[in-house]
Every structure is written in structure tokens, then in C-alpha cells.
Design a protein around this ligand. Structure first.
Ligand SMILES: NC(=O)c1ccc[n+]([C@@H]2O[C@H](COP(=O)([O-])OP(=O)(O)OC[C@H]3O[C@@H](n4cnc5c(N)ncnc54)[C@H](OP(=O)(O)O)[C@@H]3O)[C@@H](O)[C@H]2O)c1
Length: 367
């Protein structure tokens, strides 16, 4: 957090926070105001933006994302767009094209694999005009990619990368659930010999010891951003990311997963599920954000069995996303990375350690 604290308010960048009225957008806006780096709030709904802007004493701009020229007009006077409106599969591309048209840096907090891939398609265009396009500057994927890179760098020629997360309570935001749902028709993805492959949900579950002295905890493969980002930054051809889950959830995923994936191929059912999610999903409370923490394990290994492992202990995911937003914005303006980059390519694998409450430990038990 040093960067954010050491800059005076007069150095504050002109940055626009799109999706400011969402669960995560509000957290990012509040944190930025607290640190003295006020954003311009933006989103598609003026009725929601107006009271938020009044409460935080900020400027706001209401515009939808269906016209790239209009987006470009709205962002032309800022240095950076921090995009927090998702699912990003519906929102990222027009904002990237507007950023390219106006030479404005683009950051987002997606975790959606197709969105990372789309961002990388604009690498040449971003290099030509000298801006950064960085997807995944939240909990997904800064800490996981950082740890993946850290272990992979110590195993030259690593062939396998495994990440395991113990995260998420019962309460996640509507946006997170809807973004997850967008990926469900593909099942759970893994990377094998450099290619993305789909597995049925619940397949390939295994156990991990997340803390010393604990019993191994079951975890199932999930489609996590590092299947794209850690592959791009480390080049390791086989990657699996696991999420710790109760045995019952894994069993239900095995039984019902294929049917759920199939059902969600239908746009009508996806929209109906989205409305249900909007009605019931609330992100974690402030006290849960403060009390919960996340554990991430990583292992890189080569064909001879040489293995390097490490663990990251860090704040709750939404809390982390809000806390890391300002450091990411300030570091982008300081380092001026160019092109479509992963967070590690832009800021390095140790950047995550600058965030309050993040600790990395070497050599953990691997069962
Ligand atoms: N990388 C990470 O670790 C991380 C952390 C947190 C969140 N996220 C992602 O960030 C996104 C937002 O999450 P959230 O927790 O803030 O969810 P949320 O509370 O549901 O908020 C979603 C926000 O996006 C806006 N939005 C959605 N679709 C839009 C569209 N087509 N055009 C314009 N605005 C649109 C919504 O505006 P309306 O109110 O007008 O609908 C709202 O402001 C999700 O994709 C989530 O997965 C990622």
C-alpha cells in the first residue's frame, strides 16, 4: 500500500471506474476515496450512480456500453479506465476498443477465460499506441498468477503447474455467480499440452493440505483465469486450478454438473438463472470480508519429479480486490507497461506482497 499512501492528492490520476454501482465497484470507490484518489464514477444506470456519487462526493457519468464512439467520448479525458462491470463477456470488448481509440489504459477484474483470450487479441494494437490492457487485476488472478510464476521460475522446464485455493464463503456477489455461470457450459477447464480441455464438473477432484497439521481437504478443478494468464507468463503446458469444496458439493457436481452445463447452453435458461441470482445473491458482509482469509497453494514440477511448492495467505477475495485496485492503477502509470499483459507480466510476481495481509511461504506439504 506504500505507493497509494506516498502520493499526494495533487498527483491523483484521472481515472474512471466503470461498474461503480456493483458490489465490487462500490468497495473500490470507497477505498479510493479513503486513500485520496477519487475516481470518476461510471455505469449504465444514472439512478444508481447519482446517490453513490453524492455520498462519496464524486463526479459521475452514466452511459451504456453498446456504442464504442460514445464510450470513447466519455473516457477521452481520463488516463485509465478501471472496468468492474461484469460478466465481462458482455462488457469488456467495447470498452477495450474505446480505450484503443482514445489511448487510455484499460484494467479489468475479469476471471472469465474467454475474456482474457479476447484481451490478448488486442496486444499488437495496444503496443502500437503505447497503452496497457490488463485483464484480471483482482483476486482472480493477481495472487494466483503471482504464486504460479514464483514456483515455476524455480523449476526450469516445468511441465505441470497446480494451484489450489481455499476461498469463498457461502456468500458471493451476483456478478461473480453470473460470471461463473457464463463459463459453466464448458464444464471445468484444464490446460493439457498447451491446449484448453473441458472436463465434466466434479471430475478430477483431489485433496490438499492447506495449513500445517490439518487433514487434507477435497478440492475440485475449476475454470480459473490462470489457465490463460499463468500459461502466458510461465509457458508451463499443463495447468490445473482447484477450489476446496465440501465432499457433498463435489458429489453433487459429479451427478448434476453435466446436466447443469447442458441446461446453461440455453440463453433463455441462463437469463432466468441470472434473474434468480440477482434476487438472492449478496456479497459477503463487511465483517466477513474482514475476518475471512484465503489460502492458495502452488506447485510446479518437471518430468524428472523436481517440484517446488509455495503457499500464499491473504485477505478475503473482495477485500483484496478493493485493496489492490489503487496500487494497480498507480503502478500502471508509474511503470507504463505496454501491450495486452497479465498482471505478473505488468507488475512482477512480488507486487502482490505489497498488499496488506499477504504472506508467501516456501515449501509446503504436497500430498
Ligand atoms: N477478479 C476478481 O477477483 C473479481 C472480484 C470481484 C468481482 N469480479 C467480477 O466483477 C464483476 C462485477 O462483480 P460485482 O461483485 O460488482 O457484481 P454486481 O454486484 O452484480 O455488479 C455488476 C455491475 O456490473 C454492471 N453491469 C453488468 N452488466 C452490464 C452491462 N451489460 N453494461 C453495463 N454495466 C453492466 C452492473 O450494472 P447494473 O446495476 O446497471 O446492472 C453493476 O454495476 C463480475 O464479473 C465479477 O465476477 C472479479
Amino acid at each position: 500500500m506504500d505507493d497509494a499512501n506516498s502520493m499526494s492528492k495533487t498527483d491523483s490520476p484521472r481515472w474512471l471506474l466503470y461498474g461503480a454501482t456493483g458490489y465490487t465497484g462500490v468497495l473500490v470507490a470507497e477505498r479510493a476515496v479513503e486513500l485520496g484518489y477519487p475516481p470518476i464514477l461510471a455505469g449504465r444506470n444514472a439512478d444508481l450512480l447519482k446517490p453513490l456519487a453524492a455520498r462519496l462526493g464524486l463526479e459521475y457519468r452514466a452511459f451504456p456500453l453498446d456504442d464504442v464512439n460514445e464510450i470513447a467520448r466519455q473516457i477521452a479525458d481520463v488516463q485509465i479506465v478501471y472496468h468492474a462491470a461484469g460478466p465481462f463477456i458482455h462488457t469488456s470488448d467495447p470498452m477495450i476498443r474505446a480505450c484503443l481509440a482514445t489511448r487510455v489504459h484499460y484494467l479489468d477484474i475479469t476471471g472469465e477465460l474467454a475474456v482474457f483470450e479476447n484481451t490478448f487479441r488486442y496486444d499488437d494494437a495496444a503496443r502500437k499506441i503505447g497503452i496497457a490492457l490488463i485483464s484480471g487485476v483482482g483476486f482472480d488472478v493477481i495472487p494466483t498468477e503471482s504464486l504460479a510464476y514464483y514456483v515455476a521460475a524455480q523449476v526450469p522446464g516445468a511441465q505441470h503447474l497446480e494451484l489450489a485455493l481455499r476461498a469463498f464463503g457461502l456468500r458471493v456477489s451476483a456478478g461473480t455467480l453470473k460470471s461463473f455461470m457464463e463459463m459453466l457450459p464448458q464444464g471445468a477447464q484444464v490446460r493439457r499440452q498447451g491446449r484448453l480441455e473441458s472436463q465434466p464438473l466434479g471430475a478430477g477432484a483431489r485433496r490438499f493440505v492447506f495449513a500445517e497439521g490439518e487433514e487434507p481437504t477435497p478440492a475440485l478443478p475449476i475454470s480459473w483465469g490462470d489457465l490463460i494468464t499463468a500459461y502466458r507468463s510461465t509457458g508451463v503446458p499443463n495447468i490445473t486450478v482447484y477450489l476446496a469444496s465440501p465432499t457433498l458439493v463435489i458429489a453433487l457436481a459429479r451427478i448434476g454438473g453435466p446436466a447443469i452445463s447442458l441446461a446453461l447452453c440455453s440463453g433463455v435458461l441462463r437469463r432466468a438463472a441470472g434473474r434468480l441470482i440477482d434476487a438472492v445473491a449478496r456479497g459477503p458482509s463487511a465483517s466477513k470480508r474482514q475476518s475471512d482469509h484465503v489460502v492458495i497453494l502452488a506447485s510446479a514440477s518437471d518430468a524428472t519429479g523436481t517440484r517446488k511448492t509455495a503457499r500464499l495467505v491473504m485477505p478475503e477475495g473482495y477485500q483484496f480486490t478493493a485493496w489492490v485496485a489503487l496500487p494497480v492503477i498507480l503502478r500502471t502509470l508509474e511503470l507504463r507497461p505496454v501491450g495486452a499483459l497479465t498482471p505478473v507480466m505488468a507488475f512482477g510476481p512480488d507486487f502482490v506482497l505489497e498488499i496488506e495481509g499477504v504472506q508467501r511461504q516456501d515449501d509446503v506439504a504436497w500430498v
